[in-house]
Structures are given as C-alpha cells and as structure tokens.
Ligand binder design. Structure first.
Ligand code: GLN
Length: 497
C-alpha cells in the first residue's frame, strides 16, 4: 500500500524541481492527484493481480493534460488571459476514461493560446523551452505536453490536434504524438478551436504506449455528436487492446512496475504493406528509409505525389479561422472568466474584454474568420475553401487506394527556432510549417509522428505515418518500425529510474 501515492508524490517533486527551467506545466494539481492515488489504492485492495490489471490497466501511471482540456476542480485556461481563473466543474471524457483505467493526472500543460500556433510561445503564461534541442522551438500548440514527456516528468500526456498540434511538438521534442481519426475520441470537455478538425490524442515515449492509451480513450460517447459509429471502434482499436503495458500492471502487493514497456503484438497481416513516400526519392524521408534495409525489405515502397498539398495551408486556415471566430464568440465577459474594467456601455464591455483578454494572434484569427464568413466574402472564401478541401480529400483517397500508409516528414521546413517571436512578420512562415500536418485534419485521418534516429544534418526530426480511418493497425505497425528508441532529457524520478 502507498506505492502509487509515493510514485505520484515523486513525480510531483520532480516536476517542481525540473520544470521551472522549461515551463511545460502551467498548473500542478498535487492534492487532487494524491487523493486519486489513495482512492485507487483502496479500490485495488484485495483484488487479484489479474482482476486489478483488467479493471485498472493504467494503474499508477502519471499523466499531464493540455490546458485546453477540462479537469474537474482544476484551473483550465487554454493559456488565455480571458480564462485565467476558470475552474472547470467537470472533466473531459478522455480524461475520465484514463482516470477510470487507473492513470493519475498530475497537472495541466502549457500551450499556444486556444491551441492557435505551432511554437508554445503565444500563451498567457510564457513560452515552453525545448528540452531536447534548445536552439529550436518546443513546437506547438501542445508544446507543454511534448516537453513534459520528453523530460520524463510524466509517463504520457494528452494534447489536442487541429492542424498538427500533437505531431509537431512531438517531432520537435523527440517523442511520439498520435492524432487519432476525427471522431474517434470524444471532444467533450475540450475547449473548441475548430470543431470540425479538433481531435484529442496522446503524446508518449513509444508507439506501443500510444496504441495503449488510444485503446483506452477511443470509445463511443453519446455527448459528442461527431463520434464515429460503434463498429469503427472494434476495427480501429482491436489490435491495440493486446498491447501489454507492463508498467501498468499491478503486482500482488499493489505496487506498479516502472515503465510501460508495451510488447508489440501487431496483427496486421494483409500481405506486404505498401508504404507511399511523399516527397520523392531525393527527399530526406526516402534517405532515412534507405538506411533501414529491413524496413525496405518488409514493405513495398512507392513514391507518391499530392499536388493538391499546395493548397492545404490556405484551405486549412480559412476553414479553421471561420470555426474559431464562431467558437470564440462565447468569451464575452459575461459567462466565463475575465471581464475588463472601466466600460460604460454593454458594447464597450464586450469590446474591452475581448481586446484585453485575447492576444494579438487570437484576435487576428477571429478577424480572419469573421472576414471569410462575411456576407460579401462567404462565397469567394469560405465556400471555395470547403470545395478545395473536398478535392484535397479526394486526392488523398486516391493515393490511399494504391498504398496502405503515407509516410512524410512531420514538419515542413525550416524548423522553427527557439527565438521565434510569433510577430506579424513571422506568423505566415509559421502557418507554412503546418503544410504536412494539416492534411490529416482536413481529411479526418489518423496520423502519428515518431522521432527519427539522428542521421546527419538533413535528417528529419520526426516522420509522420498517415493512414485511412479504420487502418490504424497498419499505421501503428509502420510507425513502430520507424521510431527511434526514447531517451528522457532529464534522468531520475518516477517516470525513469
Ligand atoms: N498550427 C495550427 C494552427 O495554428 C494547428 C494548431 C493545432 O493543431 N491546434 O492552427
């Protein structure tokens, strides 16, 4: 008894000692975490090892949650001044599922304000530092979650991905980041950015861990109307349930073992999988694959092109900003959080609250969204972008008819530098960085970024594997064979002993 509690206290101690230099966390919820640990220990008392494993497959694993996901009784800010003092009265369904499986939430992680960005610099609580490559940005918008995993402060973290926000920071911090298919994980309790693209997913050390966490959070849920139907979950999580999380197993004496060394038990058996490489034979990804002869023997490598990719960034930003403008209309100084002072009329109160509460980047996106939805521009911008999105989708489906997965770099280069200021000159370059990741969101597809073994100056930081919805098993299998082994940036502590 007491071992889970000890593990949680150690994790919190380590966060307090290590994190101030990186700022991956914005809130640590110590009391709540310790209470959860005690409750879990009581619930496991007297259970056989087998029963405990079945009921609490993630027992004692500590995790962090991006600050745009609600956790009951904990401050949830989306890194915005406008929600600075918002305490959520309920937890996001993904968080509930993890807690029911025995994982313990230790805190909330830093992000770009309202998940708009790719550097974790635009939030109200300062920037997160990249623990692995200090000269580069930590990536965003789930940069805090990626850094917390890279540092070894938690066993895994949750992020959200609207156009790359799980995969990009994962690549930049050298961890695994999974963006599930749209509608595979309930969005209930996620502070919306662009609801037609938003997905919750895990950042982990290994692909097997990502599969394991995915199988816990990908469940039907009646409170999210955009969920896929029940049969989807059978095919998309079937193989993943066999993942064994040794760290999650509970020994007879109630203690948990340390790491989630999940044993891969891939059952993808559809002949030789066809891997479509985006970017051609001279690309950095092709070079990485050539250095991996067993990979090239096992899979059939094909080179594919997606000419519509040229339009992905523009299409994504038009559609995402339109949704953001409408989703963020609710922050008016009346219902939640911050309200400006010194106003005289109601209109002035709205105006001043939103001007003071939102950062310039968020305001820019709201303005862009209002513009593309305006009566005069709707047909030329919003409708046109919706049509182009359909053409992008068709082209990706055509490609996926000839290959099982698409493999590309995660980030379009140049990689964002640590001193990226998010200023008005730099913001368009930032948008361009999303070129490869937005594709999966525009098409609703699952995609995973894995870190690559460092191999020369031109080596990509992360490789992304994208599959059709329902072909998650193929995606995980290929990703597992590409992923470099994980090493924590800071040694010691509960996540790595
Ligand atoms: N960088 C993209 C944007 O700023 C994606 C962000 C995200 O996935 N939340 O919109």
């Amino acid at each position: 008894m007491g071992e889970i509690r000890d593990r949680v206290s150690e994790a919190i101690e380590k966060i307090r000692a290590v994190d101030p230099a990186y700022r991956s966390f914005v809130t640590v919820c110590e009391e709540r975490a310790l209470q959860a640990a005690e409750k879990l220990e009581r619930a496991m008392q007297g259970l056989s090892q087998e029963e405990a494993r079945r009921r609490f497959p993630l027992a004692g694993l500590v995790f962090a949650v991006k600050d745009n996901l609600c956790v009951e009784g904990v401050r949830t800010t989306a890194a915005s001044h406008i929600l600075e003092n918002y305490i959520s009265p309920y937890s996001a369904t993904a968080v509930v599922r993890l807690e029911e499986a025995g994982a313990i939430c230790v805190g909330k992680t830093n992000m770009d304000e309202f998940a708009m960005g790719q550097t974790t610099t635009t939030g109200a609580f300062g920037a997160t530092k990249n623990p692995r490559y200090p000269e580069l940005s930590a990536g965003g918008s789930s940069g805090g979650s990626a850094a917390a995993v890279a540092l070894g402060l938690v066993d895994f973290a949750l992020g959200s991905d609207t156009g790359g926000s799980i995969r990009q920071p994962a690549a930049l911090c050298g961890v695994v980041g999974l963006k599930p298919a749209y509608g595979a994980v309930s969005r209930y309790g996620l502070i919306s950015y662009a609801s037609a693209f938003d997905v919750i997913g895990p950042l982990t050390r290994t692909v097997s861990e990502a599969r394991m966490i995915y199988s816990v959070i990908a469940r039907p849920h009646e409170l999210d109307a955009s969920m896929r139907d029940a049969t989807y979950f059978q095919t998309s999580t079937e193989d993943n349930k066999d993942q064994k999380c040794s760290g999650a197993s509970v020994d007879q004496d109630g203690s948990t073992r340390e790491s989630m060394n999940a044993q891969s038990s891939s059952k993808v058996n559809s002949g030789r999988l066809r891997v479509g490489v985006l970017g051609g034979e001279t690309s950095a990804v092709a070079a990485v694959l050539r250095k991996n002869p067993t990979f090239c023997e096992k899979y059939e490598i094909r080179y594919i092109e997606l000419p519509m990719l040229e339009y992905a960034v523009a299409t994504y930003y038009i559609l995402a900003c339109a949704q953001a403008a409408s989703n963020l209309a609710r922050y008016d100084g009346v219902r939640y959080g911050f309200r400006a002072e010194g106003y005289e009329t109601l209109d002035q109160m709205y105006e001043m609250t939103r001007a003071e509460g939102f950062s310039p980047e968020v305001q820019r996106r709201i303005r862009m969204g209002r513009f593309v939805l305006g009566q005069e521009s709707y047909h030329d911008w919003y409708e046109q972008a919706a049509r182009v999105r359909r053409r992008i989708y068709d082209q990706v489906q055509e490609a996926l008819a000839g290959v099982d997965v698409i493999v590309s770099e995660t980030l379009a280069r140049p990689y964002p530098r640590a001193d990226f200021a998010g200023d008005s000159e730099a913001f368009l370059n930032g948008y361009e960085q999303d070129k490869l990741t937005v594709l999966a969101n525009l098409c609703g597809l699952p995609a995973i970024s894995v870190p690559v073994e460092a191999a020369g100056d031109d080596a990509p930081l992360g490789i992304m594997v994208t599959a059709n919805a329902g072909r998650e098993a193929a995606m995980f299998e290929v990703a597992e064979r590409l992923a470099a082994p994980f090493t924590p940036c800071v040694k010691g502590g509960p996540a790595h002993e």
